[in-house]
Design a protein around this ligand. Structure first.
Ligand code: ADP
Ligand code: MG
Length: 484
């Protein structure tokens, strides 16, 4: 039997507001426990929450970026449950009238094809505190600094059909929220977390199978691993005559497996009702239009422009637009050197390779975009050849000079294009290599092209890499063929 996987994601994005969604307490990460929770976050008697306008604006901007409907009215509801890190006894969320209505995202897959994933809605809510188990023996510590941090929960339709698609969707969300600057997207610090709903069905069957929900997965890789595990578990279960039960599960990265947390039978009845302390949020068209005007160029538009206006391949355009930092770096290199293709090749090749080797992000690059652009300009105007360019790159990386020109000068890397000088070097190499010259002359004509490589290497060496390789090639061929 062939099976098909069905996946829907609920992504929680921490919004990058300075203060909390209903109070003035700071949202900064990493402070002393319980130093950033005020009376409102604790739900003390007599408090009144006030909506942070910045959180509303950020949610609307996300909605506009995913082509969603923005309803005129949205309403905050109380979701009632008890948990030690939720001192109010309810989470303020949006159930029936979310701030962002249906939308969609075009997701690019590994083979560069795109798929449209529909978004059911996105709603605003507050985060809970944190329970700390490690530092306490037989007790749990509660840190309420995170309580009241604004979250945007983005709920997809069950439109994904593989772990790869789910990861690509999550990356697309990450890319959009960081482009918009509405979240730092830092998954390691929990700024983006995701609940993964997974089910399987026989291929061709219309109705969905029963799903399991894997809670709080916090990396792209874990999303893929958790789905892979779930798919195998569910198929095995069904093929052995069992039934998938609707339940909440937990992914354990150490054992690379998911485990049951609670089944739907024990699930809470949250008794949602509109929060009496908060007015409905009413957005007029002018306000929404104003936010729309402030949207930056988004990943999909940038990708399209890189392809259509700059002539990059679909692959290059995708890689270079994936993060805003990468896109900005690439564009500056391109503007400085004036050649989009060269800029794309170097940013993805030499630069990304060096960054990966040293585990650095593009923001931490020891070579800035202006320096790389100036280096490429010297390749384009033939001041240096490709080989020397790599030496200059390395020297810039190691901080051995402030600019490409300075290094070219200091290291004497200027390309030799004077054909007299190149001919002299060629004559010397030919005179020094009688055996190789004889071999060349004896070889079949179609083998000679390959054999010329030896001579090119010798001449380049004699010039310390500065001779113009095309000139060396042409002149060598002339001189060797004259000996036939
Ligand atoms: P709930 O209200 O219980 O959270 P929802 O209908 O809101 O359930 O769905 C939550 C998430 O689960 C959504 O992202 C949705 O796409 C996904 N989902 C729903 N049904 C399935 C299914 N059968 N298989 C996989 N994902 C599903
Ligand atoms: Mg849900």
């Amino acid at each position: 039997m062939e099976w098909e996987t069905v996946i829907g994601l609920e992504v929680h994005v921490q919004l990058a507001t300075k203060s909390k969604i209903f109070s003035g307490a700071s949202t900064a990460f990493g402070a002393e426990p319980n130093s950033q929770a005020c009376a409102v976050d604790l739900g003390l008697p007599g408090i009144l929450p006030v909506v942070n306008e910045q959180a509303v604006a950020m949610a609307v901007q996300f909605g506009l970026a995913v082509h969603a409907d923005i309803p005129e009215v949205s309403v905050f509801d109380r979701k009632n449950y008890f948990y030690p890190d939720l001192p109010k006894g309810y989470q303020t969320s949006q159930m029936y009238h979310p701030i962002v209505g249906p939308g969609s995202i075009d997701v690019t897959l590994d083979d560069h094809s795109t798929r449209k994933i529909r978004i059911h809605h996105a709603h605003l809510e507050e985060d809970a505190g944190k329970s700390l188990h490690e530092d306490f023996h037989g007790m749990t510590g509660i840190d309420l600094n995170r309580a009241g941090t604004p979250l945007l929960e983005i709920v997809s339709e069950p439109d994904m059909r593989s772990a790869k698609e789910a990861a690509a969707y999550l990356k697309a969300i990450h890319s959009i929220v960081t482009y918009l600057g509405i979240s730092d997207g830092n998954m390691a610090e929990g700024s983006m977390r995701c609940d993964v709903n997974v089910s399987v069905r026989p291929k061709g069957q219309e109705s969905f199978g029963t799903r399991a929900e894997v809670k709080n997965v916090n990396s792209f890789r874990f999303v893929e691993r958790a789905i892979a595990f779930e798919v195998e578990r569910q198929i095995e279960l069904i093929e052995d005559g069992g039934k998938v039960v609707q339940e909440t599960r937990l992914y354990d990265p150490e054992r690379d497996e998911t485990r049951s947390m609670r089944t739907k039978e024990e699930a809470n009845d949250y008794r949602y009702f509109p929060c009496p302390d908060l007015l409905p949020v009413v957005l007029d068209q002018a306000y929404v239009d104003h936010l729309r005007e402030q949207l930056p160029e988004l990943p999909a538009d940038k990708r399209e422009r890189f392809q259509n206006a700059l002539g990059l391949s679909a692959y290059d355009a995708h890689v270079l637009s994936a993060s805003r930092a990468m896109a900005d770096y690439f564009e500056e290199v391109k503007d400085v050197c004036g050649d989009a293709k060269q800029a794309a090749n170097w940013v993805q090749g030499e630069l990304s390779g060096a960054l990966n080797r040293e585990n650095l992000s593009i923001e931490q690059s020891p070579i800035n975009a202006r320096q790389l652009g100036e280096l490429l300009a010297r390749v384009i105007d033939d001041t240096i050849n490709g080989k020397a360019a790599k030496q200059v790159f390395q020297a810039l990386w190691n901080n051995q000079g402030a600019s490409a020109d300075e290094i070219i000068e200091a290291k004497g890397l200027k390309q030799v294009t004077d054909s007299g000088a190149i001919e002299a070097m060629i004559d010397q190499v030919i005179a020094d290599s009688p055996a190789q010259v004889a071999q060349y002359c004896d070889a079949e004509p179609d083998k000679r092209g390959k054999m010329i490589g030896y001579f090119v290497g010798q001449v380049m060496k004699a010039s310390r890499g500065t001779a113009n390789p095309q000139q060396v090639n042409t002149l060598l061929k002339e001189k060797l063929d004259a000996k036939l």
